[in-house]
Structures are given as C-alpha cells and as structure tokens.
Design a binder for this molecule. Structure first.
Ligand SMILES: *Cc1c(COP(=O)(O)O)cnc(C)c1O
Length: 384
C-alpha cells in the first residue's frame, strides 16, 4: 500500500488472454510436448500471415532468434555489424558471439531509432550487416535503411522485439530485413513468459535456418522426405521452444487485435493527459513519424535532464507508481568500454538514456490508475 492507501501501480502486469491453459491441455493430451508440433506450426503460420514474413521459426527467445540471424548472416571474425548503442544487450551479443566487430551508431532524438545519417557515416569495406531496432514499436526509417543496404550490399536485420503488430507505410515490421527477430518475453505485447521467433524474408536462407534451428541436423528435411538420412550437417543449437510455450502463445495471438487496441487506448489517454505539459515545455512525448503505425508497446516521456528524470521517478515511486528508465547505452557499459568505446561518443544516445522515463502500460491498466499517474506527474511540475 502507498501512503494514501491506494494500491501500487506496477510498471507491467502480464496479460492472460484466456485460452492459454486450454491450449496447453490440448498439447498435453496430443502427446507431443517437444517443439515443432501443431502449436509451433500454428504460431509460425500466424506470424507469416500477420507479419508478412516469408518464413517464421519459433524460438525460445528473441535472443535465440538474433543468434540464429547472426549465424545466417555468415559473419566471420572481424566483419563489422552496425547497430544502435541504445538497445538491449542481446542485439549486440548475438553478433559479438560470431566474432563480429560491433560498430555502434547514434539514434535520432525524435524516435530514438537508429539515425540513418549516423549509420551511413560508419559503412566501410568491412561492413557486413546493419541491425535496426524498432524502439517502442515505432518503425525505423525503412526506406533509408533498405536503400542504404541495397547500395552497399549489406544484410539488413530487424530486431523487432518491440514491434509485432506495427507497420511502416502499411507493411508489417519484421518483413523488411533479410531476417527479423520477435520477442514474446512477458514484458512484450504478446507473451509466453519467454519466447521468440525468427522471421526469414530472404528465401535463400530458409533451408540453412531450419538446420541451425534443429541443432545443426537436417531433421526438418528428413521429416519432409527430402533426404533419407537424419544427420549432423552444420552448426546449430537448441533454439526450438516446447509445444507448451507455443500453446500458451497461440492463445495470445487469438486475442492480438484486442490486445493492441486496448494498449493503444491506454497510450492515447496518456498522450492526451500530458499534452499540456508538453506545451509548457516540461516533457517531450513520443514522436510517431507519418510512415509509422505503432503498436503501443511503450509510453515514454523525455524530461529536461537526468536530474529531473530521477526526481520524477522517485516522486512517482513514493506514490506507488512504478515508472522506469531504460537502456544503459551499450558503448559505455563495461563490455563496450572493453571494445574501445568511451562515454561521450554518442551524444543523442547518452542524453536520451538519461532523460527517458517509461510509464506503466499494460492491458489491465485502469483509467483511474492512469489518472493517478497523470495527476502525480502534473503535481510534480506544479501544473493544474
Ligand atoms: C526484449 C528484447 C530482446 C530480447 O528478447 P528475449 O525474448 O527476452 O530474448 C532483444 N532486443 C530488444 C530490443 C528487446 O527489447
């Protein structure tokens, strides 16, 4: 309980769509609990049709999907991969594990997405791939990245962990890159506790993707009758989720439209409620470019500086409201520093990381709770 007796408002509350346990019981009764059964296939078909991916493979996490993507890019030690410093560690680890040299680039101050100009400056003879991250489910400037990658013959990868159900000029995110990675971690819009998927839009990569997915064996081809032996043919690992996971996830997909609609309502309510503070110059609200249709993955505000952000975060916490910061820039992390990066190299990333605050946003968030969040923020700034 908070000092005034009201219940705390968590930052996130996992949403249960309703049929999760029913689908899990179906999986149990069917007798197939390992991966690549009927629920894995149903989830893959759903992603292929809704996200426009040529082929989808379910994974145990988005981290696993990114690792598969890095293998499929054919990264050799020393190849350069350009990515934002303002992202989750898995975007970087996946390529680092293959021996890539990580070339961080800065973000745009409006969308917090990779800045095409910053990426263009870093393309050189050693560049092999560019990995964009659609932050908060708001599309990156895909026209710019697609033409840049085509011109320099680079592989485009989308970290679409936030971005399922979001679009760029009417085309679903995850359908642009040669490869894309989705997350169903419990903090994302559609969840299975842990979970992910790899989208494969470059047809020439599908066969190898299935092999890597099946621990480096040609098991998928064997079951399709394409080959008469089931054997070790390439590198790979255990990326497949169990049917229990995809059975749970399928129940979320069944409610996908409703989940996104409800999140968008919450998002819009925050936006309206904070418009006055933005006009007064106290905060900056999310910027949605004309080409982007977002999925309300997150509602974030940018405060004037880090001190104001920390003070507001503490102020809300005292009132039982869990608002949180986000990524610590990777270039200034201990790993980033060990790669030769230094604080100060990416000014927009550093400023946004210090100034950002994410507000509670989840399916079951009530209007009265949002009113409490909005009221507390206005009180902090002494605004009516
Ligand atoms: C959540 C997230 C991931 C990792 O997702 P997991 O499914 O937890 O492995 C990767 N990239 C970004 C941008 C994320 O937000």
């Amino acid at each position: 309980m908070t000092p005034d007796g009201s219940d705390p408002i968590p930052f996130n509350k996992p949403f249960i769509a309703g049929r999760e346990l029913y689908h899990i019981s179906q999986a149990v009764l069917s007798g197939q609990l390992a991966g690549n059964g009927q629920f894995t296939k149903r989830c893959q078909e759903w992603i292929e049709s809704r996200c426009g991916c040529g082929k989808a493979l379910m994974t145990a996490s988005c981290t696993g999907a990114l690792e598969m993507a890095a293998i499929l890019c054919g990264i050799r030690p020393g190849d350069e991969v350009i990515l934002p410093s303002y992202t989750f560690v898995s975007t970087a680890n996946a390529f680092h594990l293959r021996g890539a040299k990580l070339i961080f680039a800065d973000i745009s101050p409006d969308t917090l997405n990779l800045d095409p100009a910053s990426v263009a400056e870093r393309i050189g003879p050693g560049t092999k791939a560019v990995c964009v991250v659609h932050y908060a489910g708001i599309a990156c400037d895909m026209d710019a990245f697609q033409s840049m990658c085509a011109k320099h013959d680079l592989i485009l990868v989308e970290d679409a962990a936030h971005a399922i159900g979001a679009y760029h000029n009417g085309k679903p995110l995850g359908s642009f890159g040669a490869l894309s990675a989705f997350s169903f971690h419990e903090t994302k819009n559609f969840i299975s506790g842990e979970g992910g998927a790899l989208g494969i839009n470059d047809k020439s990569l599908v066969e190898r993707a299935e092999i890597i997915w099946e621990k480096g064996t040609n098991r998928s081809q064997f079951f399709r009758g394409v080959t008469d032996k089931y054997t070790w043919v390439d590198i790979g690992s255990s990326y497949l989720p169990s049917e229990l996971i995809t059975a749970f996830l399928y129940a979320q997909f069944e409610q996908a439209e409703e989940i996104t609609r409800r999140r968008l309502d919450c998002w819009q309510y925050y936006r309206q409620g904070l418009a006055g503070l933005e006009s007064a110059g106290e905060t900056r609200l999310p910027v949605i470019p004309a080409y982007a249709r977002h999925n309300a993955h997150m509602f974030h505000i940018l405060l004037a500086d880090g001190k104001t952000r920390d003070a507001l975060m503490a102020y809300l916490r005292e009132r039982g409201i869990m608002a949180v910061f986000h990524y610590v820039p990777l270039h200034s992390s201990p790993m980033g520093l060990s790669m030769g990066y230094r604080a100060g190299m990416f000014p927009v990333t550093e400023a946004c990381s210090e100034r950002i605050l994410r507000l509670p946003l989840f399916y079951d968030l009530k209007k009265t709770e949002q009113d409490r969040v909005l009221g507390a923020i206005r009180d902090f700034f002494g605004q009516p």
